[in-house]
Design a protein around this ligand. Structure first.
Ligand SMILES: [Zn+2]
Length: 165
């Protein structure tokens, strides 16, 4: 028998006994390993010293989902920052982004709405436009969200407009 220190997706630690390492793999693959604290079957072996290297490899789905969650949270914060610090210009975004780019108006952070086509045209003209991060699935309607860095411009879809109206 081998005793493994196990870790679930919520980082609950517990111990499990296995015939051998293949037994662990079988039970893990079969969803037979369950966290005694939260009941999830997303359980992996806790690696002691090299845990950090292991986590960064993104090899386990738990690590990956935790990573994606972190990314989403970071994106959400970036989006919040844009929404509270940038001017919302709605569908005038391409026009305003150009004005800023060509120095026809004060350089400032803006965000608004643009179609994929409009964004592509802006990029072709050298206007730096970046997607506004932190889009949630419920408020995405297909068109990209963007922000420029030099002009600090952002494109968004109607959900952001609703929030601000
Ligand atoms: Zn758990």
């Amino acid at each position: 028998m081998i005793k493994y220190q196990l870790l679930c997706e919520s980082d609950h630690e517990f111990e499990g006994w296995f015939r051998d390492s293949a037994d662990f793999d079988d039970q893990s693959a079969g969803g037979l390993l369950e966290c005694p604290l939260c009941g999830t079957t997303d359980v992996r072996k806790a690696v002691m010293a090299p845990a950090i290297a292991k986590r960064r490899s993104g090899s386990s789905s738990a690590t990956k989902s935790a990573f994606l969650k972190e990314m989403a949270e970071a994106a959400g914060r970036a989006r919040k920052y844009v929404e509270s610090n940038f001017d919302y210009v709605g569908d005038k975004f391409p026009e305003e982004a150009r004005k800023i780019h060509y120095g026809e108006t004060d350089a400032r952070g803006i965000y608004g709405e643009a179609t994929g086509r409009e964004v592509k045209d802006l990029v072709d003209e050298g206007v730096s436009v970046a997607p506004l991060p932190g889009a949630t699935s419920k408020d995405k309607a297909g068109a990209p969200r963007s922000a420029t860095d030099s002009a600090k411009t952002t494109v968004d879809k109607p959900s952001a407009a609703k929030k601000l109206n």
